[in-house]
Ligand binder design. Sequence first.
Ligand code: UDP
Ligand code: MG
Length: 317
Amino acid sequence: MKLLIVVPCYNEEEVLADTHRQLSGVLSELRDEGLADEGGLLYVDDGSRDGTWALIKGFAVADSRVGGLKLAHNVGHQQALWAGMEWASLHADAAVSIDADLQDDIRSIRDMVKAYRSGADIVYGVRRERSSDTFFKKNTAQGFYRLMNALGGDVVYNHADFRLMSRRALQALMACPERNLFLRGMVAALGFPSAKVYYDRKERMAGESKYPLSKMISFALDGITSFSVRPLRYIAILGLLFILISVAVIVYAIVRYAAGETIQGWTSLLVSVWFIGGSILTALGIIGEYVGKIYKEVKRRPRYFIEEAAGMSVAQD
Ligand code: UDP
Ligand code: MG
């Protein structure tokens, strides 16, 4: 079996040499154990501005199992991963995706391959606990999974983008035309036989997270709006609620008017004007989010452009 490990890299020069050493070791082990007789590493350089691509080219020259794709622009983790998986869907029996900082446990790759060999098309790497995360990241991430599931997005709890996919699962994924990628949701929706592998997530070896809070929030919002239209329904429910409240207010106002009582009313008027105005703007923003998504989808722009490839002999049939 031919296994390809796909590694998206964005400004990862600090960790890449070590990552490469460790992943090469994994490939050799898998080969020696007879789990994957052929293996390769595919690094996808997501438009890095540091020495990442030079390193990848070096690896490819030194080792025929290594390939590299240099994307012309920084298109983001999900699209970069897609580029690698697209390649894998053509040239490998299965692909494992893993972040360049190796926060995910490389020893799990072995278990993933075993699960694949016993029939799973998708093997999710699931984090056992989040002790290595800051209190803040742990809680925001957990809140995100809860919200996502409450809104009907089918995501595997504590699974990010560390997973194995068989060739047919990859090909099914490649048949999804959407440009807004939320891979963990899309993969879960494919519905092939799947398995889970549990591991403890480590801290980043070096360098800094490429996901600051702002990117995390926009990724979470993106994920929700890519996968669920329930926020739109909640807007409608909120609107109905306001109508109900307004009926009560109208009755109250008429009664007071008929009784000849003048209403002071400035405070209540002002508060409700601001409240309703804010609600309308929020609702418009949510609808706008979906309209923006539709706009991006209908443009049908290519997901990425490959500027340069290195050492692709590994991936060729
Ligand atoms: N990454 C990428 N493009 C980007 C941002 C990140 O390819 O625009 C890669 C990055 O090199 C790493 C993975 O995505 O391999 C996850 O990034 P990071 O480790 O910084 O995220 P975190 O683990 O902090 O969520
Ligand atoms: Mg990381």
